[in-house]
Design a protein around this ligand. Structure first.
Ligand SMILES: [Zn+2]
Length: 727
């Protein structure tokens, strides 16, 4: 849904006239539409983002709200998000911003609302917030400014723009819509950073009593700027939400969210602070931006921002990009949709019309099949997700340790997620902003995957969690940096680890080795074999902990030691010179702490990932939590999601089998994502602590066997859900 900045060849100047309309509040529905929504569509035109000209009369000439609703209803969509305003045009009769000239006398928003009434389908108006090309042209003083005062082609959220947006919302509300989708409230996706405009300078000085700092020094002064940026975005969202709720009670509002990876401080959003604005969170997925694993990860990340709050995740029909006018294979769309629904999100498919507004019939035929399946399985979706391990995500580490290379700071979390998905360890996400004791206690195990920055409050909560019986896994360089991202002299977790931090290795090609008599794990591990765990590694000296295995630095040639040759490719392990233990285990109160000197999460996403490195994480979880309620064995190409509702456990299996990729034109060796085309067949095994009273599969094609506490099933589909009842 990001509406990309566009080049505008010619813009007509329209008089700005905020007109107020007296509205009758919508009859309050018993259940808001978003509480019962399962799947829906967002429809908007393609063309304006490639530059616009008022003489472009072919653009959206056929974009018709009635047809959009007819097609959406036939494809089992629960709701319609229709484009009402983009950066250049409106698609309704507006007095504030020019209507797309190709529409002539027509009004897409009116057509949409009228037709939707026949189908009792909620209509949500899509409204661009950031990158409003036309508005920036009319109001250049609302633009962001960089620290030198140069204008940036983005809106400043502290400018009077919010009043203009309210005027637009008034116009749209006259049509009797059900809600607003407001896209986006980012402050850019990279340099130049803002904002040092006059509006911001005045506001900052009122708050702090001094001028805005300009140097990006990652110090206490810069922290004020960071907080000011976060708060500017949040205040903009909160004020619009307040205004909408007061003016039109019962009308929904949601904002396109950017608190998750791969976004970072530059967008001005934090995972929780900006995840709790609006009626529900809306985020995006799609493997070109977030990877195939990002589909489930994003849904869980969004759900972690607040308890019992609905989450909308947006997909696209295109192979590569929203506007690329391609259509994905049926099974690729099934895989993505079922993954989102299994994780408890509701799914929105974005359809970008052709230049003239034509709707692709093949896409709608496929969408009907995908969404028909979703509705047939409706009762199986939306229950709380069962998790054995919480993956801790620290935005403070992202921002203050990652700084302008934030991916370095979250690779450990993404790799841990990959390891748990492949191994079918039920997982969840824990966000530092709301990681209180109550939240931590919902997980038997918490993983700190290279969480470099841990504040005193976080350490205190984690300590209480362990003392009361919780289990902690610590990897790599966790807890070694202060709140501003500078190296500490000791580990913040020294008492929990039961070991002293001695030093951090300057190499990434680090190895570990275990002997058969020297393995802490309860499950199999390859012994007497040094193996690569690509990523940061730390030398510890045990104090109260037990030490296991060896941490081995890499060999270095003479020229490498002299700095004359690089070390990008891993070198073999220097087995003669171990520098410390591979693992420390410690007991604190009723809980246990398992510390890896290496970084198996980072390793899992590195160029040099090996299976054994990744498997260290699930093995540690099973060591600490050895009698889980349910264990799942299934191929690594299958994702499993366990949900719990009273005495009922549901286990979803979503398979993704990608055909092999060809060599790309550029960017070798990174290959282009491929689409899923086939229907896979796979066998799963489940083990329970107690015997299920009944076991059934959704599909009558699935062969399922229940033998006391063990279940096997042979599944042939993209998605299957097995249901177990316990009394
Ligand atoms: Zn500003």
């Amino acid at each position: 849904m990001p509406f990309l900045p566009m080049t505008t060849k010619r813009l007509f100047v329209f008089a700005l006239a905020l007109h107020s309309v007296v509205m009758t509040p919508l009859a309050a529905q018993k259940t808001p539409w978003f509480e019962r929504a399962l799947v829906g569509i967002e429809t908007g035109p393609t063309g304006a983002q490639f530059g616009s000209d008022m003489a472009d009369l072919g653009y959206v000439a056929r974009f018709n709200g009635r047809e959009c609703i007819e097609k959406a209803a036939a494809a089992h969509c629960d709701y319609m998000v229709i484009w009402a305003r983009d950066g250049v045009y409106t698609y309704y009769d507006s007095k504030l911003q020019p209507k797309a000239p190709g529409l002539g006398e027509r009004d897409v928003l009116r057509e949409t609302v009228e037709e939707a009434k026949k189908h009792q389908m909620p209509v949500i108006a899509y409204c661009v917030l950031q990158y409003p090309t036309h508005t920036l042209h009319e109001h250049p003083d609302w633009r962001m400014r960089d620290k030198e005062g140069n204008p940036i082609e983005r809106i400043c959220f502290n400018s009077p723009y919010i009043g203009y947006v309210k005027g637009l919302l008034h116009e749209m509300m006259t049509y009797g819509i059900d809600g607003f989708h407001l896209d986006m409230v980012d402050q850019g996706f990279g340099p130049p950073y803002g904002c040092w405009c006059d509006h911001c300078q005045t506001k900052f000085k009122e708050q702090h009593g001094h001028e805005m700092p300009r140097a990006m020094r990652w110090d206490a002064d810069w922290e004020k700027i960071m907080e000011f940026r976060y708060d500017s975005s949040a205040a903009f969202e909160t004020e619009l939400e307040r205004y909408i709720k007061e003016t039109w009670p019962g009308t929904s509002v949601d904002f396109n969210y950017h608190g998750n990876p791969p976004f970072s401080f530059e967008v001005g959003q934090r995972p929780v602070q900006h995840g709790v604005t609006g009626d529900f969170i809306t985020g995006e997925t799609g493997q070109w931006a977030f990877s195939a694993l990002g589909v489930g990860f994003n849904a869980a990340f969004y759900r972690a921002t607040a308890k019992d709050r609905r989450v909308q995740v947006v997909m696209q029909r295109g192979v590569r990009h929203y506007h690329d006018q391609t259509t994905r294979p049926l099974n690729d769309m099934r895989w993505e949709t079922m993954t989102l629904l299994a994780h408890g999100a509701f799914g929105t498919m974005v359809d970008k019309t052709a230049y003239d507004g034509w709707l692709d019939p093949v896409f709608y035929e496929r969408l009907g099949k995908v969404f028909g399946e979703a509705h047939a399985k409706r009762e199986y979706f939306g229950q709380p997700v069962h998790a054995d391990v919480g993956i801790y995500f620290s935005h403070r580490t992202r921002d203050w340790l990652g700084r302008e290379n934030a991916a370095n700071a979250w690779q450990g979390a993404l790799g841990a997620h990959k390891a748990f998905v492949y191994s079918h360890i039920p997982w969840g996400v824990v966000l530092d902003e709301n990681a209180g004791l109550e939240r931590l206690r919902t997980f038997p195990v918490i993983l700190l995957p290279n969480v470099g920055v841990l504040l005193d409050t976080e350490v205190a909560a984690l300590t209480k969690y362990v003392e009361a019986g919780g289990n902690l896994i610590i990897t790599g360089a966790t807890g070694l940096y202060d709140r501003l991202g500078n190296a500490r002299e000791t580990s913040a977790l020294e008492p929990l680890i039961g070991g002293r931090w001695i030093r951090t290795l300057d190499s990434l090609d680090n190895h570990v080795q275990f002997a058969s008599s020297d393995v802490p794990f309860s499950t199999d591990i390859v012994v007497d074999w040094p193996f690569l765990v690509q990523g940061k590694a730390v030398v510890y000296e045990a104090t109260t902990a037990k030490a296991f295995g060896k941490l081995l630095p890499p060999h270095r040639t003479v020229l490498q030691r002299e700095g004359k040759e690089g070390t990008r490719f891993p070198m073999s392990a220097d087995t003669a010179n171990p520098v410390g233990p591979a693992v420390l285990t410690n007991t604190i109160g009723k809980g246990r702490v398992f510390t890896f000197a290496c970084s198996p999460g980072e390793a899992a996403t590195s160029e040099f990932h090996i299976t054994e490195a990744r498997q260290l994480l699930p093995q540690a979880v099973r060591y600490l939590h050895s009698q889980p309620e349910i264990t799942v064995e299934a191929p690594a190409f299958v994702e499993s999601v366990v949900t719990r509702e009273g005495n009922t456990l549901r286990v979803h299996f979503i398979a993704r089998i990608e055909p092999s990729a060809a060599t790309p034109i550029t960017g070798r060796p990174a290959v282009l994502p491929t689409m899923m085309e086939d229907i896979p067949m796979f066998r799963v095994h489940l083990n329970f602590q107690s015997t299920p009273r009944s076991a059934k599969a959704f599909s009558d094609k699935t062969v399922i066997n229940l033998d006391d506490k063990q279940v096997t099933a042979l599944i042939e589909d993209v998605h299957e859900v097995l249901v177990f009842n316990f009394e």
